[in-house]
Design a protein around this ligand. Structure first.
Ligand code: C2O
Ligand code: CU
Length: 428
């Protein structure tokens, strides 16, 4: 579709494009009614000089004066209304609601679903907070630049009713980002300390808003992975010494019980540590095994979704072509969109043929991971919006086309995405 092509070229050249035909159908799709309360937020993007906790000054682009921007915390069923203002970001700004199946017109994709908001301008996003969990937001205009300049933040959807099985007594959001070349956790360079006393069960909402895979290791206490990309796992078991890789764009919720004897430390080679509680430093555990969701948790009884026959299949090979990053050997504007039909079940085979880790993100949808390297998942169902792939791995994903529009699918190493590892899914 040539109109679509034009938009893609706009994004590849990373200019703020002017709306053209092809967007009409998308722009007409608005948020459905919700009986839930309306929650309004104002977010102003601006150039800001931040003073970091290490005393250094950093040129950042911020929402409401900080990076990360404000944590938006809403409740399942709320109607979320966010007005974005752009004070002085010359290239324009948008907000993409990473992981949330918003209507296409609210997805914040400059040149596809809207024009970037120019300095002095504004745009109001409306969507329903559907699925409780840990999400985040970031600008999607020249996103590899604007996210690393600081235009991002956490978005938490709390469940309307805490499940009775919810064991956590405390929680903390922990957002990692790379501000330029500086790794920050909740805006700090020196790590983070999270309150917690012996016996507390702390839910850590880890958000990897950087471009690199992070590996987490919990020292001093066993822990569980409660959720991935905002979606709870079924009966997650206790892990001890396990190293958990979290791809760029992904979120993992850990549940950690603070032990009687002091402190828990969450380490990652990529960032400074998170401390929970106080007391003696736990013993450094020896490098454990890597977490694998293939056999983690337990299957759902009568899981009928497992037996759905796909209506269409696509194969995507993520790799490296000369000096650039590609899908099926092609770069963004050359890649034909996945043309699907509303209601179809789409089986997507994604393989990583090299060129780094490729965390593959699909907008507007949640997909189920069916297999890795031809081994069917035998634990909890795993639903993601961003799948970390390592070199040599192949995954099968099932996606239900239930949110019509023009959607992006791309590597969430945003440098890779801007080099061409991006494509579209398209349907009415
Ligand atoms: Cu966080 Cu296009 O994505
Ligand atoms: Cu990549």
């Amino acid at each position: 579709d040539m109109a679509g092509m034009t938009h893609m070229e706009h994004m590849v050249s990373m200019t703020a494009s002017v709306s053209e035909k092809g967007m009409v159908s998308c722009a007409a799709i608005m948020a459905p009614e919700s009986s839930g309360p309306t929650r309004k937020f104002d977010m102003t993007a601006a150039r800001t000089t931040l003073k970091l906790d290490n005393g250094k000054m950093a040129d950042a682009w911020t929402f409401n004066g900080s990076s990360p921007g404000p944590e938006l915390r809403v409740t399942e069923g709320d109607r979320v209304v966010v007005t974005l203002h752009n004070k002085d970001i010359e290239d324009g700004v948008t907000i993409h609601w990473h992981g949330i199946a918003v209507p296409c017109s609210q997805d914040g994709i400059a040149g596809v679903t809207q024009d970037a908001v120019a300095p002095g301008g504004q745009f109001t996003y409306t969507f329903i907070a559907t699925t409780p969990g840990t999400y985040w937001y970031h600008s999607h205009q020249m996103s590899s630049i604007q996210a690393s300049k600081g235009l991002l933040g956490a978005l938490i959807i709390e469940p309307k009713q805490q499940p009775e099985s919810n064991p956590s007594t405390l929680e903390a959001t922990v957002l990692y980002q790379q501000l330029g070349s500086t790794m920050l956790v909740n805006g700090n360079t020196n790590g983070l300390s999270v309150p917690g006393k012996p016996g507390d069960q702390v839910r850590l909402r880890l958000i990897n808003a950087g471009n690199e895979t992070m590996e987490f290791d919990v020292e001093g206490a066993p822990f569980r992975v409660m959720a991935m990309d905002g979606h709870d796992l079924h009966n997650p078991g206790e892990l001890d010494g396990t190293i958990v890789p979290v791809g760029a764009g992904q979120r993992y919720d850990f549940l950690i019980k603070v032990p009687e004897s002091g402190q828990v430390v969450i380490n990652s080679p990529e960032s400074s540590p998170i401390m929970i509680g106080s007391g003696i430093q736990p013993q450094h555990s020896e490098g454990g095994q890597l977490f694998s969701f293939v056999d983690y948790g337990t299957p759902l009884p009568n899981d009928s979704a497992l037996h759905i026959e796909p209506d269409q299949r696509f194969e995507l090979k993520l790799g490296q072509t000369l000096f650039t990053k590609s899908i099926n050997g092609k770069s963004f504007h050359e890649i034909p969109p996945m043309d699907v039909k509303n209601g179809d079940h789409i089986l997507i085979t994604v393989s990583n043929e090299g060129g780094g880790d490729h965390p593959f993100h699909i907008h507007g949808h949640v997909f189920r991971v069916l297999s890795r390297d031809s081994v069917a998942l035998k634990g909890s169902p795993v639903y993601l919006d961003t799948l970390l792939t390592k070199k040599g791995e192949t995954y099968e994903l099932m996606l239900e086309a239930n949110n019509p529009g023009l959607w992006m699918a791309h590597c969430h190493d945003l440098k890779h995405a801007s080099m061409g590892m991006s494509m579209m899914i398209n349907y009415e």
